[in-house]
Design a protein around this ligand. Structure first.
Ligand code: AVJ
Length: 328
């Protein structure tokens, strides 16, 4: 079955015109704030996803490698502790990391169900095709959904479920939004289900700064790609080369902040909105990437009625995977 007709569709994904309208309203709101803001979800068109994949291979960007190291070392233990037979992955990203978990589940339980959740139908279709070719023991049930809005799951056939939210994507959410998202997940969890949460850890700001200011300039290109996405999707007329990348660690807030700064005063038109005047040097905040320690994760989890049952870090304590259970 390669058609996407059978995919479950959850709230938040309407037609193209509706998606465009929602994006325009969101962009209008964001750009009228101070500082001006655009959501990091607009990084990821095809080129943006490719640039992010490139970021994960940069020497400075340790996050992906550190998380993979933990998965390789701990998947068997995680699977034994959870007895999971279904993996529900939110924002199904790099299949490479997921495969480590799926293989461990297979070794322990035989047949395994994988429910990748993503906003992109095309991405899910590719994921399913690739996995069905390679992994005959796997049953794949993709769900098209914006996890920011709602998470509708197909009926779970093989309990218990391991939910996974990897890559420190949670770091893009401020605390109230992160708690709301974790609650939406917790609402789906039975007592024996678990959530595996990936979080980047607080560390020497020089290491953090370098991870978001790579010497090859890939992160800068990834950042500017958002303007190309707005041009393509909304017919905006941003000149990406007229915006400079800036990222720094905000120590007090424990987060990386990423901006695009206007090089020279400029005026940008987005059809349907009043023209936007940027002063020289004026910034648009494109991403927050929060960094955690164990007590910060415990606090987030607790606010979502979850508790940390296991905490795994890589050899250099750069990244953590925590296993969360519903608080009885
Ligand atoms: C995909 C959100 C985890 O915050 O590190 C990488 C995105 N931004 N370089 C992160 C990102 C700049 C990444 N996340």
């Amino acid at each position: 079955m390669t058609s996407i007709d059978a995919m479950s569709t959850s709230a938040g994904t309407g037609g193209d015109a509706e998606r465009r309208r929602a994006m325009l309203a969101d962009v209008r709101d964001g750009l009228s704030r101070r500082p001006r803001e655009l959501s990091p979800k607009y990084f990821y068109d095809e080129r943006g996803s490719r640039l992010f994949e490139e970021i994960t291979r940069l020497p400075e960007y340790y996050l992906t490698r550190a998380e993979r190291e933990i998965l390789l070392a701990r998947s068997q233990q995680i699977v034994e502790a959870t007895e999971a037979r279904t993996l529900v992955e939110l924002g199904a990203g790099s299949a490479a990391k997921t495969r480590i978990l799926l293989a461990a589940m297979h070794a322990h339980a035989g047949s395994v169900t994988y429910v990748p959740i993503d906003v992109s139908e095309e991405f899910l279709e590719q994921t399913r095709d690739a996995l069905e070719q390679e992994v005959p023991w796997l049953r794949v049930e993709p769900v098209v959904a914006d996890i920011n809005v709602a998470i509708d799951l197909p009926p779970i056939v093989d309990a218990p479920v391991l939910f996974a939210f990897l890559g420190s994507t949670i770091g893009n959410f401020d605390t109230p939004s992160a708690v709301a998202l974790l609650r939406r997940i917790a609402d789906h969890m039975c007592p024996s289900d678990r959530l595996l949460l990936g979080t980047d850890l607080r560390k020497d700001p020089r290491i953090l700064d370098a991870a978001y200011n790579d010497s090859a300039g890939v992160t800068a290109e990834f950042n500017r790609n958002m303007l190309r996405v707005l041009n393509a999707e909304l017919g905006a007329d941003f000149s990406p080369e007229c915006f400079a990348h800036r990222a720094f660690y905000n120590d007090a807030e424990h987060r990386i902040e990423m901006y695009l700064h206007a090089i020279g005063a400029q005026r940008v038109c987005i059809p349907g909105l009043a023209p936007i005047a940027f002063a020289d040097g004026e910034g648009i905040r494109t991403e927050l990437s929060f960094k955690y320690d164990r007590s910060a994760v415990e606090a987030l989890a607790g606010a979502a009625r979850l508790s940390v049952s296991d905490w795994f870090v890589d050899g250099q304590a750069r990244f953590a995977l925590s296993l969360l259970e519903p608080t009885p």
